[in-house]
Design a protein around this ligand. Structure first.
Ligand code: SF4
Length: 210
């Protein structure tokens, strides 16, 4: 049998773990989360330690991934689309038969190997999205941040065609602005002939899993 030779590339890995997807359309799906370091944005309420990472080679990443039973991988971050070499790792996962999803802020192109795109555009960087962002996602999730959420949701509806649109409460110091979020949902969904928005909660935090 011929040994497989993997590319000699390293990726900044914050963590790799198996859990259930906690939010959005795929809530409850058993997944392996591959969290990459660094981000091209700096949201003040970000709950990810994306600057604490180690460089891992492809073999080490694949060994860890294969130690879990799930056959779905969510590539997340930080911002995973920042890496030009990401496609190489995705090809390795695809060759092993994994279904691939990505969680991205939507400012950069998503690699073609991805089966499911979840994007979370950020209101505080509205100007960047006006200049350029992806044009399709399976789901859009916008956080109920301070500012013109209504205007931003309407902007993103026109820029990113999606199967599902979600609004999520913003959590700061353990407190969620749930009332503001559902009030905003009601306003969005009263519009005639417009995409319908749904509530997405970070249920993994509510039930105490990673
Ligand atoms: S885009 Fe996501 S990972 Fe990056 S700073 Fe904002 S919340 Fe954190």
């Amino acid at each position: 049998m011929t040994a497989i030779i993997y590319p000699n590339i390293e990726y900044p890995i914050v963590e790799i773990l198996e859990s259930l997807q906690g939010e959005g359309f795929n809530t409850g799906l058993p997944c392996i989360f591959v969290r990459l370091g660094k981000c091209n944005l700096a949201c003040p309420w970000c709950d990810t330690n994306y600057n604490e990472y180690e460089k891992w080679g492809v073999v080490k990443i694949l060994e860890r991934v294969k130690s879990y039973s799930a056959k779905n991988i969510i590539i997340t971050g930080g911002e995973p689309t920042m890496y030009a070499n990401l496609s190489v790792l995705l090809d390795v996962f695809k060759a092993e038969g994994y279904w691939l999803a990505i969680e991205t802020n939507g400012l950069k192109t998503v690699p073609k190997q991805i089966d499911y795109i979840a994007t979370s555009p950020k209101l505080m960087y509205q100007e960047k999205y006006l200049r350029e962002c992806i044009s399709f996602a399976n789901e859009v999730r916008i956080v109920m941040d301070k500012g013109d959420v209504q205007g931003f949701c309407e902007q993103i509806e026109t820029q990113i065609r999606a199967e599902h649109y979600y609004l999520s409460p913003c959590e700061i110091n353990g407190k969620m602005n749930l009332l503001e979020t559902i009030t905003q949902l009601g306003i969005l969904n009263q519009r005639a002939n417009k995409p319908k928005w749904q509530l997405s909660l970070q249920t993994h935090k509510l039930v105490g899993i990673e």
